[in-house]
Design a protein around this ligand. Structure first.
Ligand SMILES: Cc1cc2nc3c(=O)[nH]c(=O)nc-3n(C[C@H](O)[C@H](O)[C@H](O)COP(=O)(O)OP(=O)(O)OC[C@H]3O[C@@H](n4cnc5c(N)ncnc54)[C@H](O)[C@@H]3O)c2cc1C
Ligand SMILES: NC(=O)c1ccc[n+]([C@@H]2O[C@H](COP(=O)([O-])OP(=O)(O)OC[C@H]3O[C@@H](n4cnc5c(N)ncnc54)[C@H](OP(=O)(O)O)[C@@H]3O)[C@@H](O)[C@H]2O)c1
Length: 580
């Protein structure tokens, strides 16, 4: 975002406030636990304007990118584009207050320990890019004060690396990618692992080998193939201009049969390649929900040795159970089993809300931030009902929401469990996800052009989405979207063009409700989380800024070659020419 904004506004005074002491977010130095690698092979986790050169970064074709290399790459990127000197490290934003006359007061704590001081900056424009994997979520357990050993989040695994070398046995909680990584880190160091995946939850996450059917292609590339994107019912899918194919696939019986077959092939391939049905212990890691309903937590086996060997030889013992309570270095499970550990590693995910307090009190809802007790007005409730009706009408298959777990409860039950952490849910109130237009701008502020959120979504195509969002937001701030240009054409010297807030809100609610229905076993209820829908999402953003979205050299490539960073090279310049 900083790079794109500076490209277009070189004289702007741009400051990045960063709470960590090094660059990289997820990939900052303090979070690079051993064996951390990208889910992506070389070529799909880099920006279009800065290829991850093998000679410079040492990663070869067909290799996953080690965490330290991503860190180095991001640092080199920032230095290369004159961003690095603008970052104020150890600067944690505490509050952001909206000023009466527009703009934002940003209050932050700068420094470390006793040397921390409170500072503030006022800015006409603010972009929040605090990520969805910054603020660890650690559950509380009955009896945890009696555990007498560290209970840490996976985020702190590197800081507490000594646990990996000194523990005699460890307990790991969480069946998603951080859980797999933590289990691997300990098992690889020879430490026996008690791995607990809660029976009341979503179960073990889908873990794919890097190359899958059809044609043994790279998984993270398959999701960028336009032809394959048609097999995902997508509310913004028609942005790709192939609405008729999508309607044929999702609104006819024969089409839906083809879609089912596609997902079955993909899922069976993973299950067969991983050999879940060939070993009683591996069977415990077989996912509970069809891959269709899962979002970006779909991950890749990116380990240097076979993960499943540790399960087969008993170094990793999988327990499908909830923790009932803790006592001295012991977890008592809902199944009656007790397990021991010199530490508990909570690979239990992240808080979706930004770590910043927005003021004045109550502004969160207007900013489109997630709400645990949304309390919609009747107009909002009607809007939600209408959005739901549209989604289910367009995609009838989404009516049959998945069940989960060995007990096949539905996902609403999981929320009543989470209600222990979110009291509002206990009263049966619906959680509401991020509500941002194009997943970036709060509808209530759409005509102010003073605030945007980037990265408030999860996909397997992080870098190309980041660059498309950066261009869209920069163009939006500059009144340079296609809609602005059309309106300027009509308005001549009249008032500044405005968005229709009602239409923007309708579309925002529609897109967020779609995510809820479509990715019921992913994070859809909290934030946009999607897999095969990235190419049409970028199509939509590029059309908004007035650029061509079909970027391949011929029709065949357009349909069957994966989209990657190289296809979006030069977008900012193309847009500048457009608005000149
Ligand atoms: C361990 C791990 C591995 C991952 N691997 C992959 C992968 O292989 N491929 C993939 O596509 N995705 C992966 N992801 C998803 C990941 O979230 C994205 O790839 C990407 O890092 C998101 O970038 P971001 O800049 O939006 O957020 P982040 O990387 O989380 O950066 C947010 C930044 O905001 C800062 N910040 C937060 N709050 C404040 C505050 N109040 N004040 C100041 N600064 C603040 C944080 O310190 C951080 O530097 C991974 C996630 C995790 C946790
Ligand atoms: N490149 C890499 O190698 C890598 C490494 C780590 C993460 N990532 C990415 O980062 C993102 C986040 O992954 P993540 O694994 O950190 O988080 P996550 O996907 O949010 O997973 C959190 C896990 O914790 C479990 N959990 C939550 N609350 C719990 C509780 N109270 N008790 C027991 N278990 C609980 C969840 O179970 P339920 O499902 O039952 O709620 C889930 O299995 C994903 O997109 C992932 O792909 C990538």
């Amino acid at each position: 975002m900083a790079k794109t904004y500076l490209d277009v506004n070189p004289s702007t005074r741009l400051t990045i406030l960063e709470s960590a002491d090094t660059i990289g977010g997820v990939w900052c130095q303090g979070r690079l636990y051993s064996h951390l690698k990208t889910n992506n092979l070389l070529g799909t986790y880099e920006y279009s304007d800065f290829p991850m050169d093998t000679a410079k970064f040492g990663v070869k074709e067909g290799e996953f990118i080690p965490g330290p290399v991503v860190h180095e790459y991001l640092k080199a990127y920032a230095e290369n584009f004159d961003i690095y000197r603008r970052i104020r490290f150890n600067s944690r934003v505490d509050t952001v207050t909206r000023r009466d006359n527009g703009g934002w007061d940003i209050n932050f704590s700068e420094g470390v320990g006793e040397k921390t001081t409170s500072k503030s900056i006022t800015s006409a424009r603010l972009v929040v890019a605090t990520g969805l994997t910054s603020e660890p979520y650690v559950p509380r357990f009955a009896g945890q004060d009696d555990f007498d050993a560290p209970i840490i989040h996976a985020k702190a695994l590197m800081e507490q690396e000594s646990l990996v070398h000194e523990s005699k046995e460890v307990i790991i909680l969480g069946g998603s990618k951080s859980g797999w990584d933590s289990a691997y880190a300990f098992a690889n160091a020879g430490v026996p692992v008690n791995w607990i995946i809660r029976e009341s939850g979503h179960g073990p996450m889908w873990m794919a080998p890097p190359y899958v059917t059809p044609l043994k292609k790279r998984l993270e590339k398959l999701v960028g193939v336009r032809f394959l994107s048609w097999f995902s019912p997508c509310i913004w899918g028609e942005s790709d201009g192939f609405g008729w194919v999508r309607r044929m696939l999702h609104n006819t019986v024969i089409g839906r049969l083809m879609v089912d077959t596609f997902w079955k092939i993909l899922a069976n391939d993973v299950i067969t390649l991983n050999g879940y049905d060939k070993h009683p212990e591996l069977k415990k890691l077989k996912p509970w929900t069809p891959a269709f309903w899962v979002g970006s937590s779909l991950s890749i086996l990116n380990y240097p040795t076979d993960f499943f060997d540790y399960v087969r030889n008993g170094t990793i013992k999988v327990h499908i159970a909830d923790i009932d309570h803790l006592s001295h270095k012991t977890a008592h499970l809902s199944t009656g089993v007790t397990v021991q550990g010199d530490a508990i590693i909570c690979s239990t995910g992240w808080k979706p809300h930004p770590s910043i307090k927005f003021l004045p009190e109550g502004i969160d809802k207007r900013l489109g931030l997630p709400q645990t007790a949304p309390n919609p007005t009747s107009a909002e409730a009607t809007r939600i009902q209408e959005a739901d009706a549209t989604v289910l009408d367009r995609f009838p298959r989404l009516r049959n929401q998945p069940t989960r777990g060995p007990s096949h409860k539905d996902f609403k039950d999981l929320r009543s469990l989470d209600a222990r952490q979110h009291p509002a849910l206990a009263q049966g109130e619906e959680e509401e996800p991020y509500r941002l237009y194009r997943f970036m701008v709060p509808p209530a502020f759409i005509n102010e052009r003073s605030i945007g959120f980037v990265g408030a979504l999860m996909t397997l195509n992080t870098t190309i989405v980041a660059q498309a969002q950066a261009l869209w937001l920069t163009a939006y701030f500059a009144h340079g979207l296609a809609i602005d240009r059309q309106q300027q054409g009509h308005a001549e010297k009249g008032p500044k063009p405005a968005f229709d807030i009602d239409a923007v809100t309708d579309e925002t609610v529609l897109h967020s409700r779609y995510c809820k229905w479509r990715y019921a076993a992913g994070f859809g209820l909290r934030f946009p989380d999607f897999v095969f829908d990235v190419v049409p999402y970028i199509d939509m953003l590029l059309q908004d800024v007035g650029l061509r979205s079909r970027r391949k050299k011929n029709g065949w490539s357009e349909l069957f070659d994966p989209y990657g960073p190289e296809d979006y090279r030069g977008m900012v310049d193309e847009w500048r020419v457009k608005i000149a």
